[in-house]
Design a protein around this ligand. Structure first.
Ligand code: GDP
Ligand code: MG
Length: 163
């Protein structure tokens, strides 16, 4: 059985972009099924000679639902039920927000390996912004740009080391 890891995080932080980069897949394939709301999406990631399954807990849900607080708890439950390791994604261009603190606390309490990907750090000049997110208490922090690929290899090295 392949190991499983999950992506969690608030809307618009870049979960789908990261999922697509890691799996090389096109999200639109899933969207082609009319009337179906999928709250999680699965893909495969190949790295360092290993294969893992990836769950994007953000799935395809209506925008209004994606903003309610219980969405954070749903995502955390899906991730902790299904995955051996969890990558929490935040938007490095925004301030730390209270839903992020709640989500990080739930994930850390599980005792599973938790990784923090501070996304949208598109240039090295922005690396310092990622340090603001140390307050979440997740020791394994990686600045990334899901869009440009920066930091992705280092993130995968860390994640695959525990799978
Ligand atoms: P999700 O709601 O968490 O799945 O976020 P999406 O993957 O849909 O991305 C939300 C927005 O952030 C989109 O406009 C993306 O193009 C943008 N985005 C994602 N990753 C990056 C990144 O690394 N840098 C920048 N500048 N924008 C990004
Ligand atoms: Mg998404």
């Amino acid at each position: 059985n392949q190991p499983v890891f999950a992506i969690v995080g608030r809307p618009n932080v870049g979960k789908s972009t990261l999922f697509n980069r890691l799996t090389g897949s096109r999200r639109s394939i899933v969207g082609d099924e009319p009337g179906i709301t999928r709250d999680r999406i699965y893909g495969e990631v190949h790295w360092a000679g290993k294969t893992a399954r990836l769950v994007d807990t953000g799935g395809i849900v209506p925008d209004d639902e994606a903003l309610i607080p219980s969405e954070i708890y749903r995502q955390a439950k899906v991730a902790l039920d299904e995955a051996e390791a969890v990558v929490m994604v935040v938007d490095g261009r925004t301030e730390l927000a209270s839903p992020d603190i709640d989500l990080a606390r739930i994930l850390l309490r599980s005792g599973k390996p938790i990784f923090l990907a501070v996304n949208k750090i598109d240039t090295e000049a922005m690396d310092a912004a990622a340090e603001n997110f140390r307050r979440l208490g997740i020791k394994n922090l990686q600045a990334i740009s899901a869009e440009h690929g920066h930091g992705i290899g280092d993130l995968l090295d860390e994640v695959f080391a525990v799978l």
